[in-house]
Design a binder for this molecule. Structure first.
Ligand code: NAD
Length: 510
């Protein structure tokens, strides 16, 4: 059986006696095993990173950008096999897997402009003969811990700015679809990145804890579920690290009475069921405003949902594929039952779906629940499956309150033709990323990605200028060059203390 190994220094490395199974979710069969590493494996990666990072940091930013350019070209060359590898381990359809890669590549493209973004600030004449400038320096060695649902995009969100700014980066990808991250490491090497600058260590909690506790790792970027995000944030910060930790989500799509219903139905189907609902920017809650809107929406959704095609990840006509594993399939199906038990109306039931010839695949059919209310646990928690819940709101204010008061605050969408309502909504909603007639408002690479409340712990968002800030520290230099080398500080006009006593007072510039 194929074994997925760590990538340390310049190539594959074993290490760790435990193994994890890697499934093909379309067939339900185990297709590979991944080594689950230990603190000793991490130690090897840190040693290689330590050896490589100072030189990489000293490489001028334009040369670093050239490596990223070459990496981008290599990924484009490999798009098809990489997408198929993602599809085979994750279960998303190939076209969607290409989107996963493409959105990550856009972050790499942004990072190709790093020389411009890294320019610091300068103040001439901040005091007599005094100039002040600031620069952004790498934090040293950083780690990324990533979820299963975007095995290419999310590692690239992190490693793009981390590498461009001169850090060494150690990736701990999800153990459920670990192969593409290793390909990224191989392609980085081919692109000319020095050994030890981008490495991959596999594992589960044991490896994550080793990363969080390692004194040489200065920053940790995490994306995953909220409880683990909070744990990673707290433990990492307690160990003195800079940590950004993105968590789960429950994104609402508010449908105003004046919305274009055809567009809403298309967008809700794509947003709720695309990638089997396994996206943190999925749209699993529809909030029609007013009973009449609710009825129209429901009537339009039912046939659209019944027409969706669920298929194996290589089926070019499938709208979406299986969920990631058997445990997740039963978890999603249990949530559907919980919603029914809590009093929701099951309008379309996707449980018990099997595909001929793929009877052991982890498929869940599209599911629609109506009359879901805010006290139901199935509303309060993330389901992360192909399940759309309708929560009816009597008016705009109630609809605005729903996402604002929810424990998660990742994304939200408003469907309307009313510019004033859209503006009000965007300004007042208590959520990090807002779409106006855009169902999945994932910001482009040169803006930044981040949710609020339990969807994001820490101060910096992913990618864009925020990503550059996360992966760098600011150093500010205040300098004075006296007139004549032997002329050491003479008087206050030169910016130096005029009397010995003045040297003991905090200096001011004016
Ligand atoms: P997960 O939290 O199970 O795993 C994420 C990472 O944490 C993995 O690398 C995993 O190995 C590690 N991990 C798992 N259990 C751990 C533990 N007990 N201690 C330490 N580390 C542990 O998440 P997942 O199931 O892989 O991904 C789905 C989740 O990620 C969903 O909740 C989804 O909303 C969220 N997500 C959020 C964003 C975002 O940007 N906010 C993006 C994508 C996914």
């Amino acid at each position: 059986m194929r074994l997925v190994e760590h990538f340390i220094g310049s190539g594959s490395a074993g290490g760790g006696e435990r193994r994890g199974d890697v499934y093909d979710p379309s067939s339900g069969r185990i297709q590979a095993q991944v080594v689950l590493g230990t603190a000793a494996v991490l130690e090897q990666a840190v040693a290689a990173a330590r050896a490589a990072q100072p030189r990489w940091a000293a490489t001028n930013p334009q040369r670093r950008a050239r490596v990223l350019f070459r990496f981008k070209e290599l990924i484009e060359r490999e798009m098809e096999p990489l997408a198929r590898l993602i599809a085979s381990e994750h279960g998303k359809v190939v076209a969607d897997a290409k989107g996963d890669i493409q959105r990550g590549l856009e972050v790499i493209e942004f990072c190709c402009g790093i020389p411009h973004v890294l320019k610091g600030e300068y103040t001439e004449g901040a005091g007599p003969g005094i100039d002040v400038y600031s620069m952004r320096q790498p934090i040293g060695i950083g780690a990324g811990i990533t979820p299963f649902n975007f095995p290419a995009m999310i590692p690239m969100w992190m490693c793009g700015p981390a590498l461009a700014t001169g850090n060494a980066f150690i990736l701990k990808p999800s153990e459920r679809d670990p192969s593409v991250p290793v390909r990224l490491a191989e392609l980085f090497l081919e692109a000319g990145l020095p050994e030890g600058v981008f490495q991959v260590v596999h594992g589960d909690k044991e490896m994550v804890d080793a990363i969080l506790d390692h004194p040489a790792i200065n920053a940790v970027s995490f994306v995953g579920s909220s409880d683990i995000a909070q744990y990673v944030y707290s433990r990492g910060v307690a160990a003195g690290k800079r940590v950004q930790a993105m968590g789960g989500a429950k994104n609402h799509g508010i449908v105003m009475p004046d919305a274009d219903m055809d567009q809403v139905v298309r967008d809700l189907c794509g947003g709720a069921f695309g990638s089997a609902g396994e996206r943190c920017m999925a749209l699993p809650v529809a909030v029609p405003v007013g009973e009449e809107t609710a009825e129209r929406l429901r009537e339009a959704l039912i046939p659209a949902i019944r027409a969706l095609r669920v298929g194996v990840s290589t089926d070019p006509d499938a709208h979406y594929g299986p969920v990631v594993n058997a445990a997740h399939k039963s978890r999603v199906e249990n949530w559907i039952q919980t919603a029914v038990d809590e009093g929701a109306e099951l309008v379309v039931d996707g449980r018990g779906l099997t595909l001929q010839g793929h009877e052991d695949g982890f498929f869940v059919g599209p599911t629609l629940l109506d009359r879901v209310t805010t006290d139901m646990t199935s509303y309060r928690e993330e389901i992360f499956g192909p399940v759309l819940q309708i929560v009816r709101a009597p008016d705009f204010e109630t609809a605005l309150r729903l996402p604002s008061e929810h424990q998660y605050g990742n994304g939200v969408a408003l469907f309307t033709r009313n510019g004033h309502a859209a503006r009000e909504f965007a300004q007042r909603v208590n959520v990090g990323m807002v779409g106006i007639n855009v169902p999945i408002p994932v910001p482009v690479a040169y803006h930044s990605f981040g949710g609020w409340k339990r969807s994001g712990f820490g101060d910096h968002n992913q990618h864009g200028v925020e990503g550059v800030r996360f992966w760098t520290r600011v150093k500010t230099v205040t300098q004075r060059w006296p007139d004549g080398a032997a002329d050491l500080p003479r008087g206050s006009e030169d910016g130096g203390p005029s009397r010995l006593a003045d040297a003991f007072v905090i200096p001011t510039m004016n």
